[in-house]
Every structure is written in C-alpha cells, then in structure tokens.
Design a protein around this ligand. Structure first.
Ligand code: HEM
Length: 507
C-alpha cells in the first residue's frame, strides 16, 4: 500500500464493499430462489431485470382485450391471460417474477391439500401485501404472520359467528335494497321496469351490515369509513404494480391520492374509537379490537396501528368480497332465467311471503347450489396467496424462503378434468350432493381460501348472499341489460370491470 494516499485506499474499500453488497443482494433476492427452483425442474418465462415479467403481463392483457370479447361462459383465465400462456408452455407449476419478487404458480388440488394440512406458521401471507398494498391493508389480520396474526385471528374470528341479531341486521339491510329498487321502479318511465347498475346497491347492503357489526350505534360514521375504504380500494393498482422497487414511495398522483385517503380513514377510525371512552356496553367488532390492542398483543404494531389496520381489513374483507359475489350472482341469475325461476319458486315456497329466518334459510337448497356455483365460476378472491417464511416442503418441492405461491382459483374451479366437460357452464345442479359430489377432488373448490387462513367470515358471507338473493328473487324479475359488458378484471379482487347492469321488474 506504500505510495498510495489513505483517501485512495479508503475509496477502493468503499467501492469493494458496495460491489460486494450489490452482488450479495442480487444473489440473495433475485437469483437464489430462482436457481433453487430451477434445480428442481421448475421453469418459467425469463424475467426482465427490475420489472420481472410485468411488461409481458401488461402486453398480454392489452392483446387479450383487442383480440377477444369475453363471454359469460368464457374461460378461466380472462382476468389474467398470461397464466394461460405460461400454463401451456410450462405446465401448471412454474415460476415468474413481479418486479423483483419471486412467484410460484402452483394451481392444482395437491398444492391445496398440502396447504390445508400445513400447520406451521412458516407459511404466511406475502410481504407485498404489507408493502405494496400497505396503505390499504396495513398490518391487520389480512397481512400479518406468526404470533401477531394468531393474536388477531383469535380475537376476531369468534365475533364473526351469525346469531339472531346479526340475521336481523342482514334482513334489515336487504329490505333497504328492496325499498330502493321499488322507488327506482316507481320513478321509472312506465313504472314497470328499470335498467339499473347494481354495484352501488350491493356495496350499500354489505357496508351497512359490517358497519353495524363493527361500530354498533356509531354505524352511520362507520358507513362513511367503509365508503372511504372502498375509494382507497379502487385507487389501488392491479397486480402489475406489485414488486416494482421504490414505486410505493414515489409521490405519483395515484400514491398521493392513496396517502391522503389513508390519512383520512386513519383519523375517522380513531375519532370513533376515542369517543368510546372505554365504555363497553356492546361487544361489537371495534370493542373487540380495542380490547385486543390493550392486551399487549404480540407483534410490532402500536395500539393505533393495530386498531386502524384491523378495522380497515375487516371492513374491506367483509364488504368487498360479499358485494362482488352478489354482483356476479345477480348477473348469472339474470342470464339463466330457468335457474332464476327455480330458485324463486323455492324461496316463495319456503318463505311464503315472510322475511327469511334461520329455519327458512336452512331449507333453501336450490339457492345454496346457485351460490356455490356463482362462487365456483367467479370467486372474488381469485388469487389465494402464500409466502414461504422459511424454506418449506410442499408437494415434494423445496420452496425457498421468500417465494410467493399463487393459486389461481378460477383455473382450479373450471378444470374440466375435475369438474367435467361443462366446467365453464353455469350449472348449479352439479352441487346437488355438495362439493364432494360436484368434483373429483374436494381440494379443487376454494372460494373461501384454504387451511389456517381460511376466510373467518365464510358463514356470514354465505348467509348475506342467501338472504339478499332470496329477498330480491321474491320481489323482482331480473334480466341482463343491453348495457352490460362482460369483462372480469383482476384488481385486488376479480370484479366485473364495467359493473353489472340489470333490467328489474316488480313481480
Ligand atoms: C362471499 C363472501 C366472501 C368471500 C368469497 C371471501 C373469501 C375470502 C378468501 C378467499 C380469503 C383468503 C383466504 C386464504 O388466503 O386462504 C378471505 C380472507 C378473509 N376474509 Fe373473507 N370472504 C368473504 C366474506 C367475508 C366476510 C363477510 C368477512 C368478515 C366479516 C370476511 C373476513 C375475512 C378475513 C378477516 C380474512 C383474512 C383471514 C386471515 O388471513 O386470517 N370475509 N376471505
């Protein structure tokens, strides 16, 4: 080193360290999981350096839109056409990248079975849900892992059972939808029929229910929070914005809008929470969350974060998933008049003109088959996702730590080898003997997810759908409007891109 000034040596050292860090990061985060999966014979489309396969995915979506108009009994990949292309090329297990994140597409009943049986906390939810979707979902029950998640799940799940009071709330919200549709008909040109977009009505139905369950007597303020959460939900990008380094920090118009909404929601929820002043006369969901935040639940969240993020997660999970299922359900009933008539005749026979109660709901077998079929063809949570939090073994594969696993439910739900040649058709009859009678594998039906993370609101969601559809069917005739444009689109959920337009007639 003699003869070289100290500053020269120091610069060389810094350069060497920086280079080593780059190589280390590149190897650890970009290359290693890819190599380890490749060694096991798993292939996939070659990724771009920083964007992964995002450009290819975007191109496939644009091309798919220009080349074909999706039909109601269309194929299972219309929300994400790249999956279809890659399945053809690499089979139904392959790897790809979104930005710098690794994904393993593994859509088969064996993977579902393994996930169902997997009991350790080494399989959790993907980190991108807290990072790229953090402004919406934060660190609540949907995104956390390990002991923090167990704590949230333990306090929230029991509060989602459906008792008589909950059913009354659901029926009351159903009556509001019926009244508002009757009003629309009265104000229509001939008073006989009206062309309506059902989306807003479905969202009011579900958000009214969850606001009452969550905020009790403060449900009106709760409705405002739910409406803001919906706006924020809509402001979130599609899957093609996941994994792009630093994107979530950039002050783009979309990010600034999302940050502003998140701030508003934060203060709205905390205002409601503060006004409780420790009173716990009712055990609504907010009360349970407030107590959970005090009982020093494990995990990094501070109390305010715990309250706000869990309220947001519950509001979103409960209102969006159920509302979108209801939209798909109405669309399919309107497109299948024979099933609509069959379900209506059952409802009329069972309810005899009365509002539904538990006993009646239990007797509506046809309606249950219809709902199972709706969730089979259009599961709103189309991507069931997990992340290997440690190296894990699944289906004889070593899945390296950090790899995200995606199961594309529509492909599983419409696989003709499992469901028969009419897999793309709306045929509720297939569920006459339940899920096991409808499909060769009971692991091929996952509208409420799988294993430890199975939707804790599944019963509540099913009852809401049953009550709402029963009440609508006994009051209105439904047909598809000429304004309806079928276009299932994957945002955060699988939604009708242009909404659902129906023509309603009073019966
Ligand atoms: C038809 C309506 C609904 C559908 C189709 C649905 C579907 C799902 C699915 C697929 C998941 C992910 C499961 C997984 O990753 O394995 C989920 C999670 C969740 N759902 Fe639902 N859901 C519905 C209604 C509800 C309702 C009404 C609530 C609450 C009142 C709710 C609360 C949740 C929560 C809190 C989670 C996260 C659970 C966790 O990660 O531990 N859902 N839902």
């Amino acid at each position: 080193m003699e003869g070289f000034p100290i500053s020269y040596n120091f610069t060389r050292l810094v350069l060497l360290l920086t280079w080593s860090l780059i190589v280390y990061l590149y190897y650890s985060f970009w290359w290693r999981p890819e190599l380890r999966l490749r060694k096991q014979g798993i292939r996939g489309p070659p990724p771009n350096f920083l964007l992964g396969n995002i450009p290819e995915i975007k191109q496939a979506i644009v091309q798919n839109r220009s080349e074909s108009t999706p039909s109601i009994e269309g194929d299972s990949f219309s929300g994400f056409p790249s999956f279809k292309q890659w399945c053809k090329k690499y089979g139904n297990t392959y790897m790809f990248k979104l930005g710098t994140l690794h994904f393993l597409y593994a859509t088969n009943p064996f993977m579902v079975k393994e996930m169902k049986l997997f009991r350790s906390l080494d399989l959790g939810k993907p980190a991108y849900l807290q990072k790229d979707r953090g402004v919406l979902l934060g660190k609540g029950i949907i995104t956390t892992n390990g002991p923090a998640w167990s704590h949230q799940r333990k306090i929230l799940s029991p509060r989602l059972s459906v008792d008589k009071d909950t059913l009354n709330i659901i029926v009351e919200s159903g009556s509001t939808v019926i009244k508002s549709w009757e009003r629309i008909l009265m104000e229509s040109k001939d008073g006989l029929d009206a062309d309506i977009m059902v989306d807003g009505h479905m969202r009011s139905f579900t958000s009214c229910i969850i606001s009452k369950l969550m905020f009790g007597h403060d449900h009106c303020r709760g409705m405002n929070v739910t409406a803001r959460c919906h706006t924020l939900f809509k402001a979130m990008g599609t899957a093609t914005t996941i994994g792009i380094p630093f994107l979530r920090y950039l002050p783009t118009k979309a990010n600034r809008n999302a940050w502003r909404l998140a701030k508003e929601i934060h203060s709205m929820i905390l205002d409601i929470a503060k006004d409780r002043c420790g009173s716990s006369t009712t055990k609504d969901i907010l009360q349970v969350i407030l107590e959970g935040s005090e009982n020093d639940g494990p995990g990094p969240s501070n109390a305010h974060e715990f309250i706000v993020d869990n309220c947001k997660d519950m509001l979103l999970a409960a209102s969006e998933g159920t509302a979108i299922s209801a939209m798909w359900g109405l669309m399919l009933l309107a497109s299948n008049p024979e099933w609509q008539a069959r379900a209506r005749s059952e409802v009329k026979q069972v309810c005899g003109g009365h509002l539904p109660n538990f006993n009646m709901l239990g007797k509506m077998k046809v309606l249950k088959m219809v709902i199972l079929e709706v969730l089979r063809l259009y599961p709103p949570v189309a991507l069931v996702s997990r992340r290997a939090l440690q190296d894990v073994k699944l289906c004889d594969m070593q899945v390296p730590k950090g790899v995200n696993i995606w199961i594309w439910a529509p492909a599983l739900h419409r696989d003709p080898d499992l469901w028969g040649p009419d897999a793309d058709k709306f045929n509720p009859e297939r569920f006459i003997d339940g899920v096991s009678g409808a499909c060769k594998s009971s692991h091929a039906y996952i509208p409420f997810g799988v294993g430890a993370r199975l939707c804790p609101g599944n019963k509540l969601g099913m009852i809401q759908l049953k009550v709402l559809l029963a009440m609508i069917l006994s009051n209105f005739n439904l047909s598809i409007s000429t304004n309806y444009r079928h276009s299932p689109t994957l945002g955060l959920l699988l939604e009708p891109e242009h909404g659902v337009n129906l023509v309603i007639q009073k019966i």
